[in-house]
Design a protein around this ligand. Structure first.
Ligand SMILES: [Ca+2]
Ligand SMILES: [Ca+2]
Ligand SMILES: [Ca+2]
Ligand SMILES: [Ca+2]
Length: 414
């Protein structure tokens, strides 16, 4: 009761003081109390064809701290920025008659697909292609303008922009399909480390995180480089009630290891990750999931907003998991993916306002996040940092003062 009155009194005093005091910096609950990083996912891929220098440059211009090249290998062993080995959907390769005979069918991570594949092209050939927008609901007006960059070109851009802006621009490369690349004799890890080494970025304090959905190659990398490593985790789906349905790292599928990504995100799994990596990159639904509505009882989520699609906009948030706290307790950074502005990716609770989603995740204490729209993430981060919500100021101030008093009391010898 006494504490309650004192809190109320403090709140009054603090509230009265607010108008005349300068803005109080938001206290991010990140692992190192640092401002969370914004990672330009495939660049600023909400605005430009993904994985082009133009997409990365825009991300940097918008304030991204890191740019994210996904890496696949060319036939001649050069690392280039593409999300898929299959380059049919992100380049104009299908319009090149000289490559007509390269059309083929391959099985990558157990999935059989047809098209044109990066590992059948030399870098010189890749350079004759131009990038196209992958998603039909995004701006296609930049189609056919931009080249496919190499990892070296991405590093050159980050360094050049770093000089121009006076900021540290990091890179966050992802090794795509390491098991597949090994199977075709185009292992990714060696050229990745060699390229980082050649650029003076093969060290723990380099502005670099290497990420992978597989486990084996990260463990291998942890023996070969001091660059910070991040274990990505995936999932197959979400059930109606918001339960995340986990699948497996592909190298586990191949080796017969029965553990799932869900197991990796348990306390035991995270402790294991902490032995070879510096952080985790979970799907955002492992932190905050969403539940559907099933009024027609067909077992699947309904199209609540009636736009003809069933997606995140038809679902509502469930209580956050304790994954951020679990990971932080083990010293692991948490960098969830992927944040996007379009309605279809936003739970109904946010009412189409992506800023609200970013703020929720920043408040959970994430150490960074992957976004297709770095400008929106930066706006949310700035907004949170500059203008704490009144209840947060009061709460943290009052709590801080009380905590100090109590801790001082505890420390006083009697
Ligand atoms: Ca990626
Ligand atoms: Ca390898
Ligand atoms: Ca239904
Ligand atoms: Ca809908």
């Amino acid at each position: 009761m006494f504490a309650h009155i004192r809190l109320a009194l403090l709140a009054t005093v603090v509230a009265a003081a607010i108008p005349s005091t300068p803005a109080i910096a938001y206290s991010f609950k990140t692992l190192n109390n640092q401002t969370p990083i914004v990672i330009g996912h495939r660049g600023a891929s909400g605005y430009r064809p993904e994985h082009t220098l133009e997409s990365y440059a825009l991300a940097i211009e918008q304030g991204a701290d890191f740019i994210e090249p996904d890496l696949v290998s060319t036939k001649d062993g050069v690392l280039i920025a593409r999300h898929e080995v299959n380059i049919t959907g992100t380049t104009d390769v299908s319009t090149h008659p000289e490559f007509k005979d390269r059309y083929t069918t391959k099985t990558i991570d157990g999935v059989t697909e047809s098209g044109w594949f990066a590992d059948d092209f030399t870098l010189a050939e890749i350079k004759t292609l131009r990038a196209v927008e992958r998603l039909p609901f995004r701006d296609g007006s930049f189609n056919g303008l931009y080249q496919i960059p190499t990892l070296q070109e991405v590093i050159d851009l980050a360094k050049q922009k770093g000089k121009e802006t006076g900021r540290t621009i990091g890179i966050y490369p992802e090794t795509k399909h390491p098991t597949y690349h090994d199977s075709v004799g185009l292992s990714l890890e060696e050229p990745l480390i060699a390229t980082l080494e050649a650029n003076g970025w093969n060290s723990a304090d380099a502005p670099v995180f290497i990420q992978s959905f597989e486990v084996g190659n990260l463990k291998e990398l942890s023996q070969k480089t001091n660059v910070r490593l991040v274990q990505l985790t995936d999932a197959a789906d979400i059930s109606l009630d918001g339960t995340v349905i986990y699948n497996q790292p592909y190298d586990f599928v191949v080796s017969g290891n029965s553990l799932t990504y869900g197991d990796l995100l348990s306390n035991t799994g995270l402790a294991e990750i902490a032995t070879y990596a510096d952080g985790i990159g979970p799907w955002k639904r492992s932190l905050v999931s969403i539940a559907g509505v099933d009024s027609n009882n067909d077992g699947v989520a309904d199209d609540v907003n009636g736009d003809g699609l069933v997606n995140d906009a038809d679902k509502t948030l469930v209580a956050p998991s304790n994954l951020v706290d679990l990971a932080h307790t083990l010293g692991l950074l948490v960098h969830p993916y992927t944040f996007r502005n379009e309605d279809r990716y936003l739970a109904a609770d946010y009412q189409g306002n992506p800023l609200l989603e970013y703020k929720q995740f920043f408040k959970l204490g994430v150490d960074g996040l992957f976004t297709d729209f770095p400008d929106t993430a930066i706006a949310a981060r700035n907004n949170l940092a500059a203008v704490p919500e009144p209840s947060t100021i009061l709460g943290s101030l009052a709590f801080g003062i009380l905590a100090k008093r109590f801790s001082r009391k505890r420390q006083q010898p009697k």
